[in-house]
Design a protein around this ligand. Structure first.
Ligand code: FAD
Ligand code: SF4
Length: 409
């Protein structure tokens, strides 16, 4: 009989045993993606075995993973695909009875609860916060509606959602829902086949301009009048940051009045190099930026996404997405202003915000405005800080988006 080669794992060791021999990195140690690491959590588990292929910042493979997940990748002849990714339906929606304390109306939490209580999944990966700090992320596998509800509202900080992956295999769970942002979902898709699951559903949110916990503190202290009482904030479609405070009051600061010089290095290097704003690999994406103010924006990417949405349809009010205005000039003007760190006096920033809100891009055109502004900024960041990554790291759809503008050197 053939003798086993004790040094070869390829022929005789099943795939699952291979990664179990890998060792998770200890907290605080440098990660394989170095400064570009978004702390997605993969390297906190033995799935670090796959990091070279799986990490969104070491191996951008959005088109391949789109084909694996949705059956096709973005159609590069269709500019809507450049922006919003593979999709079969899009709409604006809001909950008839919003969840108190959710980021928007709580569509994400509601879907997760219905997935669990209907028995479609046995657990939900989501992120609560620690007892001591409302913005310190604490990823969990929720097994009750209460645990899902306790994870509502954004933790606007890098969150190691995938750090719970080892627990999935250990728990013997076979049907799972994962909630997450683009970089987490890219790594998840790359190791999906190794998780031993029968069914995986992925509910994503768009994500941009995320920060470390220290970076968040700096952002709050530089921008809000009362940083310690902020419970959540959002960059809104009216071109202002809305801070919600503990007492329920809303503080509004115009985008154009942000102290860009101070804030230039506040965003994490991972987020300055990210081109997956719209979470290309989720089955269903729930954000807000393509919808009218007060509504959420829903992108159904495939049949699993539709299946999730169907579960909550009777709890939603919906309307078609619309698009108004032309973003190009506003984006082109914002490029050198951001690049040079120009900060307008507050009165001028407020005035500009009012004017642009009246005549500026709306609906899907606002989403394109935000994508264009961030992709041009991030393109320049990668070009200057990691020129060797420019060709392979930036997906073709993003190169086409950036190619519409004139950029400084
Ligand atoms: P909720 O019912 O309140 O549920 C929120 C869910 O988000 C929870 O299940 C929680 O597990 C999960 N979550 C919270 N923080 C994180 C995190 N750090 N990483 C991964 N998962 C997390 N939408 C846009 O349209 N445009 C944007 O520019 C945009 N930027 C975002 C930036 C960040 C950092 C995040 C986390 C989200 C962003 N979103 C953006 C999504 C949007 O803010 C809402 O999260 C989304 O519309 C869902 O709202 P909801 O009320 O249904 O969510
Ligand atoms: Fe590891 Fe995730 Fe950081 Fe990449 S982004 S190095 S996969 S923890």
């Amino acid at each position: 009989p053939l003798r086993e080669n004790p040094f070869s794992m390829t022929a005789t060791t099943p795939n699952s045993a291979k990664h179990k021999k890998a060792k998770a990195l200890k907290p605080g140690t440098i990660r394989p993606a170095k400064e570009l690491c978004s702390e997605c959590g993969l390297c906190d588990t033995y799935y670090i075995h796959y990091v070279k292929e799986a990490c969104a910042f070491l191996n951008q493979q959005i088109p391949e993973l789109e084909t694996q997940t949705h059956g096709r990748s973005r159609n590069l002849d269709n500019p809507d695909d450049w922006y919003f990714g593979v999709n079969q339906n899009m709409m604006a929606a809001r909950k008839l009875q919003p969840i108190e304390g959710a980021q928007w109306t709580g569509i994400v939490s509601t879907i997760a609860i219905e997935m669990l209580t209907s028995g479609k999944v046995e657990g939900v990966v989501c992120v609560q916060n620690t007892k001591e700090d409302r913005f310190q992320p604490m990823p969990i596998i929720a097994r009750t509606p209460e645990e899902i509800l306790a994870a509502r509202v954004n933790k606007p900080t890098l969150s190691p959602n995938l750090s719970v992956l080892e627990q999935i295999e250990q728990s013997g769970m076979k049907r799972l829902l994962v909630i997450g942002v683009g970089c987490q979902i890219q790594a998840l898709r790359a190791v999906e086949k190794e998780l031993g699951l029968e069914k995986l559903y992925v509910l994503g949110t768009p994500c941009v301009d995320n920060v470390t916990r220290a970076g968040l503190q700096k952002f709050l202290e530089t921008t809000s009048k009362s940083p310690d009482t902020v419970v959540h904030y959002e960059f809104m479609q009216d071109f202002q940051v809305h801070f919600k405070h503990e007492d329920g009051s809303i503080e509004k600061v115009p985008f154009f009045g942000l102290n860009t010089k101070e804030l230039k290095d506040v965003f994490a290097p991972s987020c300055m190099s990210c081109f997956d704003y719209v979470n290309s690999l989720a089955d269903l994406v729930v954000g807000y930026m393509g919808a009218p103010f007060g509504w959420q924006w829903i992108v159904v990417r495939n049949d699993r996404g539709q299946e999730m949405l169907d579960l909550v349809q009777n709890q939603l009010e919906t309307q078609s997405v619309t698009s108004k205005g032309d973003r190009h000039q506003a984006v082109q003007q914002s490029i050198p202003a951001y690049d040079k760190g120009v900060t307008l006096p507050m009165w001028a920033a407020k005035l500009m915000g009012v004017v642009i809100e009246k005549i500026g891009p709306k609906g899907l055109e606002y989403a394109r405005f935000s994508i264009d502004s961030h992709f041009t900024r991030n393109y320049l960041y990668v070009k200057r800080h990691h020129p060797e990554k420019l060709a392979a790291h930036i997906p073709e759809f993003a190169k086409r988006i950036v190619g519409q503008y004139t950029l400084p050197d």
